[in-house]
Structure formats: C-alpha cells, structure tokens
Write a protein that binds this ligand. Sequence first.
Ligand code: AMP
Ligand code: MG
Length: 295
Amino acid sequence: MTGKHYVEDFRVPPGSHTRLSDFDPDFKGRHSKEKALAKIDALREKMDDLQQKLFAERKRSLLVCLQALDAGGKDGVVKHVIGSMNPDGCRVANFKEPTQEELAHDFLWRIEAQMPKRGEIAIFNRSHYEDVLVVRVHNLVPKAVWSQRYGQINDFERRHAANGTVILKFFLHISKDEQLKRFEQRLDDPAKRWKISESDYTEREYWDDYERAYDDVLAKCNAEQAPWFVIPANHKWFRDVAISEIIVATLESMNIQVPKPTVDLEEIRRKYHSALDEDKHAKAGHRRRGHAAHR
Ligand code: AMP
Ligand code: MG
C-alpha cells in the first residue's frame, strides 16, 4: 500500500489549474481489494484512537467536507470511514436544499452553525461549496452574487483554520458510466430505492457544467490551510482506503497532546485504591475460607 503517499497523490496542487479530467476516477493503485480492506480496518482503529486524543486535547478540531455528484459515495464514506469513531466527539452535518429560514440569511450562516467545536470532528455531507456548484449550474442566484463567493469561502476557511480547525475537502470522483451503474443498482435494491429521485437523472444532463464548476472551485478555493483532494471513487474500497489514509495522516501530523492529569495519581491510588485492594484481599480470603469449610 503506498500509504501516506495518497496525501500527495490526490492533493490538488495549490495555485495550479488542475482539472477534474486530469484525475482518473477508475484508479485503484497496485494493491488488491483484500489488502485494502485489511488496511482500512487498521486505519479505522488508528482514527478512533486519534479522535479520542483530539477530544482530550480540546484545543483544535477537524472539518472533513465531502462533495460529489449523485451516487459519488458520500454516504458510504460517512458509514465506512467515519463510522469507526466515537459519536460523542464526531458529528455529521447534511446540507440539503436550504430552508426558507436558511435562505433568509447569507449562505455561510447554516455552515457556521455546524462548524466543529474544539476537540470535535465534523463531517459535512455536502457543504458551502454547493453555493458555487448547484447554485451556479442552475442560476439560483445571479452570477454577480455567486462569483463573489469564492473569496468569501476562502476568508471563512482562513478564519477557521487560524482558530484551530484543520480542514480537509474531498471530491469523490466517479465516471458518468459508473454513476448510471449505481443508479441501476439502486433500482434493483429494495433497501436503496428510496434514494432515487428523477432529478438524479436530469442532473446528468448538466454533467459538463458541474465539471466546469468544480474546476473553478479547485482553482479558486484550494489554499494551503484548506486543501482539496480528488479521490478516485469508482472503486468503493479504494475510495475508503485513500480517504482513511489521508485523515489518519492529517491527525498524526497534528501532533496531538493529551493533557497531563491535574491530580496526583499516586495520591489518588494511595487514598482510594489501597483501601479497595485491602477490601478485595479480605473478601478473597473469606471466599477461600468459605470454600474450604464446605469441603
Ligand atoms: P442529497 O445529498 O442527495 O440528499 O441531495 C441534497 C440536494 O440538496 C442536492 O440536490 C443538492 O444539490 C441540494 N443542495 C444542497 N445545498 C444546496 C444549496 N445551497 N442550494 C441549492 N441546493 C442545494
Ligand atoms: Mg442524491
């Protein structure tokens, strides 16, 4: 497994004019699916451990933004990758079509409310980027409005990064053929049918427009402190191993410090546990004598 190299392999180089079409959605590295699944298990454990440390440190937070076209696998990543962590310090926020209340505020209002607290990990299933993607593709606001948002997003992310939130942004990259295949599987699978909407199909007509909108996002909103990764996602197991690897490598690079205990542990041990130990020994003694008496 190429391991930490995924951080470099799938990082969109800042300041570049990288396009989605420069990435192969079908890429799956040199290793087998079996090896990848074993690796994912190991990474899930590490992630869980690192998240507990982040929670204990309570100084910084992590934000993971997931973006994709329909059937790109956002829900799968939430379940398979993020599901390994303790829900107590980990939160998923879904951003759907804005409500009337949300529309009555500026586009970052609902995002701000879901940002992670110190010690927390937040996962955004869709994000503020919808406001320069679907909104742009369907002219939901005038160009004069959405075109200003790239700068506003950069300011927003810069402020949060400067205040201790580490930000990772993943685009789950599938091909148009793979999308249709997944829609078909949904039709066939009674457990997944509920996800189908006609707009999934009509949105396919805007595929190229979405690609262009994503290309602009990658070019304009990809600062050092809030990087984009384009993850090959035709193979679900490869998508999961790549994202797990990047999250773990990022948490490791944060050099999280678990705080020292604020009490004298030896004192606590002497005060409360030595009495308990004596008690335990005494009880064990009773039991032994009891058994002997019965024999
Ligand atoms: P899903 O994630 O498949 O449940 O669908 C959520 C839908 O909400 C998608 O069609 C998104 O494009 C849409 N959506 C999310 N954010 C916005 C937004 N800011 N403006 C308009 N539509 C949005
Ligand atoms: Mg959908």
